[in-house]
Design a protein around this ligand. Structure first.
Ligand code: GLN
Length: 500
């Protein structure tokens, strides 16, 4: 295996700047890895490796000519397939959009192109980002490189598996209820959901617009910071985009410290219901955090008990409305039934054939929750819970700078374990959903392997809105201490896939 693919983005940046390696070499090394492990892991839905090599070539030419280049120029990246790109299809993991090519790039993609990052391809996801395992992708699941019989998390399992199997040093994800953080936790990678509005949603195929947020996927905190600094910032094309600057995430990661920080352990998200190995690693992490000079306080968030219920009403309600545009007229698939193909029958036949079971379930649930007779009882009640959760966070952040919990109740589960039981799948989101309901940022950082199965465990830090930098600060500090204890990085423990 080429050593180049084991390098983090920040290391590649330095090697490229010093002329120790060319961007074409770096990009080609990752393309080689894609051809070795791509079939086994199934992270990509579409490859754009030729375009990636062309960008790499241009970076090398400019560098040779002594021209100045953006910070991450020449470092390859992969993009979740719910962000539009003009040079490859955007399917959101759905049959209804099979082969659909968007007429414009998402703002995040435009920023990656301006940064001159070679985009290797588009990564797999649960259909329209609904799910926690990629089992709901219409194109088949991605695999967890630590154990190919297990899920890589979802919905962004394509992005997490791409980065954890060294097919790309960086990837972009989207997080509506945990789809960046949960895949990060179960693949031993770092995933961040920035503050709502910190990264443009223009060109992101909306799942639930009030919860969706685009963010970085990486193998360490500094790399994620480099990427958030590139993709973040105000976008006039997104009406919810934040106008104020959140500062430099790279500076925050580099000055990482836990000293003097008040770290709030969320009472409702620790202990009971969490796998023993997850609890053990979490307890150890808390001890390390204390030893590093932070003060642990307990915070009470009683309304979190209803977070899943509220989320699984608000999300389907918004999703049922967002997905109404897939009507056989404007985008993608069209199925014309035999007999008398009225517009209604064409729409119905197209949506019947084009949407998978989880999408249909949520459209039905959302439409019902919004219907005149149930609006107050379901949707209205869920909005009230959302406000209570926001208040719980306000009270918690009055006592602590950042909050912590395990990112997920379990390590990566096996394929087939939860897919037939929607509720079991939903319960998995217990720790990640509150941040989306409140619009606050969250990060998942690997903290080791669970005793019972040797699979990665993640810790989640949460910060008040606009304080994304605080996450990079504490995340980088903890990561640095753990690396010191283990003597190597978490990803060095990743079993090598056959063919590596
Ligand atoms: N598991 C969550 C869901 O199915 C995650 C969604 C997301 O973040 N895209 O809704």
């Amino acid at each position: 295996m080429s050593e180049l693919i084991r390098k983090n983005a920040s290391e590649l940046v330095q090697m490229l700047a010093k002329g120790e390696v060319s961007s074409v070499e770096v990009t080609q090394a990752h393309i080689d890895q894609i051809s070795k492990v791509g079939d086994a892991v199934h992270s990509f839905l579409h490859l754009t490796t030729e375009n990636a090599l062309a960008v790499a070539k241009e970076v090398d030419r400019r560098r040779a000519a002594g021209e100045s280049l953006p910070a991450l120029a020449g470092v390859p990246i992969a993009v979740k397939d719910n962000l539009t790109t003009t040079d490859a299809p955007t399917t959101a993991g759905s049959k209804i959009l099979e082969g659909w090519i968007a007429p414009y790039d998402a703002t995040v993609v435009t920023k990656l192109r301006q940064e001159m990052m070679p985009i290797l391809g588009k990564t797999n996801l649960d259909e329209f980002a609904m799910g926690s395992s990629t089992e709901f992708s219409a194109y088949g699941p991605s695999k967890n490189p630590w154990d190919l019989t297990r899920i890589p998390g979802g919905s962004g399992g394509g992005s997490s598996s791409v980065v954890s199997s060294f097919q790309s040093p960086l990837a972009i994800g989207s997080d509506t209820g945990g789809s960046i953080r949960f895949p990060g936790a179960v693949t031993g990678t770092v995933g961040i959901k920035p503050t709502y509005g910190a990264v443009s949603r223009y060109g992101l195929i909306a799942l639930a617009s009030s919860l969706d947020q685009v963010g970085p996927v990486a193998r360490n905190v500094l790399d994620a910071a480099l990427l958030q600094d590139v993709i973040g910032g105000y976008d006039p094309r997104d009406s919810t985009s934040l106008k104020d600057s959140l500062g430099s995430m790279v500076e925050a990661a580099k000055s990482g410290s836990l000293k003097g920080k008040k770290v709030g352990v969320i009472k409702q998200l620790s202990g009971a219901g969490f796998q023993q190995g997850v609890q053990n690693r979490f307890a150890e992490a808390l001890k390390i955090i204390t030893d590093a000079g932070a003060e642990i306080v307990e915070v009470d968030c009683p309304s979190f008990e209803y977070a899943i219920d509220a989320y699984y009403l608000i999300l389907p309600a918004e999703a049922s409305s967002n997905l109404a545009k897939f009507d056989s007229v404007r985008f993608g698939m069209r199925v014309t039934p035999e007999g008398n193909p009225t517009i209604e029958r064409v729409m119905a036949a197209t949506r019947e054939a084009g949407f998978g079971p989880e999408v249909k379930r949520r459209i039905i649930l959302g439409t019902y929750a919004l219907s005149a007779g149930s609006f107050d009882k379901f949707y209205g009640a869920a909005l009230k819970v959302r406000t209570l959760i926001q208040r719980d966070f306000d009270a918690a952040f009055a006592k602590a700078d950042v909050l912590v919990s395990p990112t997920a109740p379990t390590t990566a589960f096996k394929f087939g374990e939860k897919v037939a039981d929607p509720l079991a799948m939903y319960l998995n989101d217990i720790a990640t959903i509150p941040a989306n309901l409140a619009g606050i940022p969250g990060i998942s950082v690997p903290i080791g392997l669970a005793d019972e199965d040797n699979l990665p465990v993640g810790i989640q830090f949460l910060a008040p809105a606009h304080k994304d930098a605080a996450l990079y600060e504490v995340g980088a500090a903890l990561e640095g201490i753990l690396e010191g204890i283990w003597g190597k990085r978490m990803m060095d423990f990743a079993p090598k896939l056959e063919g590596n």
